[in-house]
Design a binder for this molecule. Sequence first.
Ligand SMILES: CC(C)(COP(=O)(O)OP(=O)(O)OC[C@H]1O[C@@H](n2cnc3c(N)ncnc32)[C@H](O)[C@@H]1OP(=O)(O)O)[C@@H](O)C(=O)NCCC(=O)NCCS
Length: 101
Amino acid sequence: MLGFIYNIFILPEHRGQGIGRDLLSYSENIAKSLRCKLIQLEPRAFDHTVDLNWLISWYARMGYVSKADGSTRMEKILVVTQTRLKHQVQRSACLSQPVRQ
Ligand SMILES: CC(C)(COP(=O)(O)OP(=O)(O)OC[C@H]1O[C@@H](n2cnc3c(N)ncnc32)[C@H](O)[C@@H]1OP(=O)(O)O)[C@@H](O)C(=O)NCCC(=O)NCCS
């Protein structure tokens, strides 16, 4: 499944303190919990305080890469953590066990 972030906005007086990064990471975790393997967004400067090139480099700093298809979208592969992977493996092993009566 594909996740999509439509907008992210931090009030100007609270920018540059790591809140945008935390918000992005929180959204990525929600997408992971919904089993999204990929998340995309469309960088679009919301107000005159940031310009598009700065925004693209900010998202790049957050691990997003521009799509190679010529579109303006950026995307990030969501990595499943080892703990989560272990849990999933255990769960599927459990499900494949025959039920003992
Ligand atoms: C883009 C936006 C969400 C970033 O939010 P933020 O809370 O200011 O960002 P953070 O503080 O989490 O930024 C994290 C990193 O970027 C750096 N950074 C943030 N603002 C910066 C600035 N103006 N200049 C240089 N570096 C900056 C931080 O220092 C931090 O760097 P690090 O990796 O060394 O720790 C915010 O600027 C915003 O709301 N912009 C207007 C809305 C908008 O256009 N949204 C896009 C819609 S697609």
